[in-house]
Design a protein around this ligand. Structure first.
Ligand code: BTN
Length: 245
């Protein structure tokens, strides 16, 4: 990962550029990083904002060749890889399904997977990672301060983004290869051991609340309702922690 590397000061979105590179037949492992994004995007149509030079904003182009059902699992592969990279940097985080990374219960990193479309020779998936590194508390919008954090807010010191990028790319390399070689099982195991919600009561979108009991063999979130039924959630977002009933 990163043998083809594009680093820019300012860009609309690193994901947009990585998708454009995918259409130009850029090789797997191509990486785009920026110091600042003017149109960074998050999941579910949200904007992803960070002041210049404070965050790690990176997109990695993958060209998965295995069975199609493995592609959505890449989102969990990326979450596990980011968590491992941060652990190697000495920061313990927890995973929130599908792929938010939480530090002291607040979001420190978000991941957005986008499929490259068009007449491509090989399929392409872009993994966009936004890691809050050196933002101060005041850099987050008031409505986000309760829910978002940065490495520097949480640890009280500044971090070097280049070092974190190197750790991140080598963790992605490792976990992507493991997934390609061995399938989802080892990723699922690592994801579950990093989960902050296993056994807790959660609310998912409008689909109700329940206890998170497992991750399916395909990466789906498995929730047990108060009545003892099980629901499998393939896409969506954990909105809140519901009180135990
Ligand atoms: C989320 O909503 O949690 C996902 C956020 C993903 C943000 C990253 S920053 C680098 C890459 N470029 C983008 O425009 N988005 C992703």
């Amino acid at each position: 990962m990163g043998r083809h590397f594009l680093a820019v000061r300012e860009i609309g979105s690193t994901n947009t550029v990585a998708l454009a590179l995918a259409a130009l037949d850029a090789p797997e492992g191509s990486v785009v990083v920026a110091d600042y994004q003017t149109a960074g995007r998050g999941r579910q149509g949200r904007a992803w904002l960070a002041p210049p030079d404070t965050a790690l904003l990176v997109s990695i182009l993958l060209r998965p060749t295995g069975p199609a059902e493995r592609i959505p699992q890449l989102s969990l592969v990326a979450g596990v890889a980011v968590r491992e990279a941060l652990a190697l940097a000495g920061v313990e985080t927890r995973l929130k399904w599908p792929n938010d990374i939480l530090l002291h219960g607040k979001k420190v990193c978000g991941i957005l997977l986008e499929a490259a479309s068009g007449p491509l020779r090989e399929p392409g998936v872009v993994v966009g990672i936004g890691l809050n590194v050196n933002q101060e508390r005041a850099d987050f919008a008031a409505d986000l301060r309760q829910r978002a954090t940065s490495l520097s807010v949480a640890t009280g010191r500044a971090w070097e983004r280049e070092t974190l990028l190197m750790l991140l790319l080598s963790s992605m390399d490792r976990w992507y290869s493991t997934h390609r070689r061995e399938g989802f099982a080892p990723v699922r195991e690592a994801w579950l051991s990093g989960s902050g919600d296993l056994g807790r009561w959660i609310r998912v979108d409008s689909r109700g609340a329940g206890r998170m009991v497992d991750l399916g063999a395909d990466g789906a979130l498995i929730v047990e309702t108060a009545r003892g039924g099980r629901i499998e959630i393939l896409a969506g977002e954990i909105e809140a922690h519901a009180p135990r009933r």
